[in-house]
Design a binder for this molecule. Structure first.
Ligand code: NAD
Length: 502
């Protein structure tokens, strides 16, 4: 038997340092090692994979960048750091976002309200308070197969950097919900917000990154462009490190994203119709329509935008709307408001079409009433008026607390008018009915992503109905209500003829 040699401690330390360096990890005594980032333990007998090359981030502080390209590079570096720290780190980020958005709901809601000047302050705050309902890492379950030929696992893995576009209608709510989904799936993200909500986005991004940095040592996991422009969108859409786009906005940006050559998850425009067939409770239908249509002054893409009601119950329904707190406009007042809310423009074919006056989007019902030449109490949630089915308030996604009500002779006529007003966006629709046949007929004809029966639109996002919340409903491209799985690549790992235990 040989006698063991005495250990040279310095030589051993040098060997360990060299091995760690070779694996791309800083040795414990090396200067510049990230202090707060816990490293995942490698599986016994399996050294960690070498870290991919990182490019260093320039310019930005805690995720807020002047230059979109630099933000993409920084986000990619952060993605690689997140990858090293595993699923526990993703869960920590989700926890941080949910805690901060809840704790800052009032301050950030006020900030966004003052910056965007649209919607209602109480709802701006509430939209932040409910972000905690967005699903996180718990959503991702691998799909396993086991059979005579072994076992197979399909896993939902990240893309890398996601480029995301925010609407002005819900800047911080969409940003926060997107971060939860995107980071839960293991990605980093760069936002190009709407210029009108960019300061709110930067405020939240900075706070999130400061907390993420303190907990995990990663500074730029969620990035935003401080002064977004169409050019910065273009940089994001073309950047080699951006793997997919997530667009929440109207037709213009959806079209631009689809032309970018990158895969785009598009949460596009809507114009949700409502059908009231008189078989259910008209008072409840009126209350639900006010709840959804007046929410944040009708800025929700899922919000009730026009109502078709069976003529036989129309008078009773209109009275129920008024009794529930909505204010009715006369035909003359409607004409005045319509002239203020739309201008007629000639399109390329020479026909004229209404163009929305964006200055009135998301304004209070009392402001719209003044434009209509009347006055209503300041707290009035919603205006309504009788119109025909081709009125601009029916056809355009007007995002104002003014809901047009159209009498229809039959359910078939109501469904046909609803289909026309929805423009094939396949976004959202509602019905108030106890007739299962009518519900089925409308669901099939509209073919929308969300279809709510006997409730306000928000019930479709888990607020009073079963389901989960997201502020990005991928209607145009069909992924539906986005969740962490939406931002993953499915990868399959196969073990042939082995490891099956039965
Ligand atoms: P918008 O289309 O004016 O702007 C949305 C975003 O796209 C902004 O960041 C804007 O700067 C950018 N943008 C606009 N045109 C662009 C172009 N040509 N190229 C590049 N970027 C461009 O919409 P908005 O007023 O901010 O938001 C309201 C719209 O968003 C409505 O149509 C609403 O239905 C839709 N929306 C949809 C969802 C959904 O989940 N499906 C959610 C919220 C809002």
């Amino acid at each position: 038997m040989s006698t063991p040699l005495p250990l040279d401690e310095t030589a051993l330390r040098n060997v360990v340092t060299e091995v760690l360096r070779g694996l791309g990890r800083p040795a414990a005594t090396e200067a510049g090692a990230r202090p707060a980032a816990p490293k995942p333990a490698a599986a016994p007998g399996h050294p960690p994979a070498p870290a991919p090359a990182r490019r260093s981030a320039k310019g930005g502080r805690f995720g807020v960048f002047e230059d979109a390209g630099e933000a993409c590079v920084a986000a990619h570096d952060a993605f690689l750091q997140l990858k090293e720290q595993g699923v526990a780190a993703r869960a920590k980020v989700v926890e941080i976002v949910k805690e901060l958005v809840t704790a800052n709901a009032v301050a950030w809601g006020k900030f966004e309200f003052e910056e965007t000047k649209i919607g209602r302050l109480d709802h701006k705050i509430e939209k932040l308070q409910i972000v905690k309902l967005v699903p996180g890492v718990e959503w991702l379950h691998p799909y396993g197969l086991s059979g005579d030929h072994g076992i197979t696992m399909e896993e939902y893995t990240p893309y890398g950097v996601v480029g995301a576009i925010l609407p002005v209608t819900h800047s911080v709510p969409t940003l926060s919900g997107n971060i939860i989904n995107i980071v839960a799936a293991g990605n980093a993200v760069v936002f190009n917000p709407h210029p009108g909500g960019a300061r709110s986005a930067a405020l939240a991004v900075r706070a999130y990154n400061e907390a993420i940095h303190a907990a995990l040592g990663i500074e730029h996991l969620v990035c935003t462009v401080a002064k977004p422009t169409l050019e910065s969108f273009d940089v994001l859409a073309k950047h080699e490190l951006v793997r997919i786009l997530c667009v929440t906005g109207g037709p213009g940006v959806v079209q631009a994203a689809m032309k970018s050559g990158k895969r785009a998850i598009c949460a596009g425009p809507g114009n949700p119709p409502v059908l009231v067939d008189g078989t259910g409770c008209l008072k409840k239908a009126a209350r639900d329509i006010i709840q959804g249509g007046a929410y944040d002054n009708n800025l929700l893409c899922i919000g009730e935008k026009q109502v078709f009601v069976l003529a036989s119950v129309a008078d009773e329904f209109l009275a129920a709307l008024q009794a529930a707190g909505a204010a009715r406009l006369t035909p003359a007042q409607l004409a005045k408001l319509t002239a203020a809310a739309f201008t007629m423009a000639k399109d390329a074919g020479g026909c004229s079409h209404p163009v929305l006056n964006r200055a009135l989007i998301g304004r209070d019902a009392a402001v719209l009433a003044r434009e209509a030449g009347t006055s209503v109490p300041e707290k009035t949630p919603l205006l309504f008026a009788e119109t025909d089915a081709s009125h601009p308030f029916v056809i355009e996604e007007q995002m104002m607390p003014m809901v047009p009500v159209v009498r229809v002779a039959t359910v078939e006529e109501g469904i046909a008018a609803a289909v026309k007003s929805e423009h094939g966006y396949k976004h959202s629709a509602m019905i108030h009915s106890l007739n299962v046949g009518h519900m089925t007929q409308m669901a099939r004809a509209l073919d929308t992503t969300l279809f709510v029966k006997n409730g306000p639109c928000v019930a479709g996002l888990g607020l009073g109905g079963e389901g989960y919340l997201s502020y990005s409903i991928a209607t145009t491209t069909g992924e539906g209500i986005t969740n962490p799985k939406t931002f993953t690549r499915t990868r399959r790992c196969v073990m042939v003829d082995n490891l099956r235990i039965y």
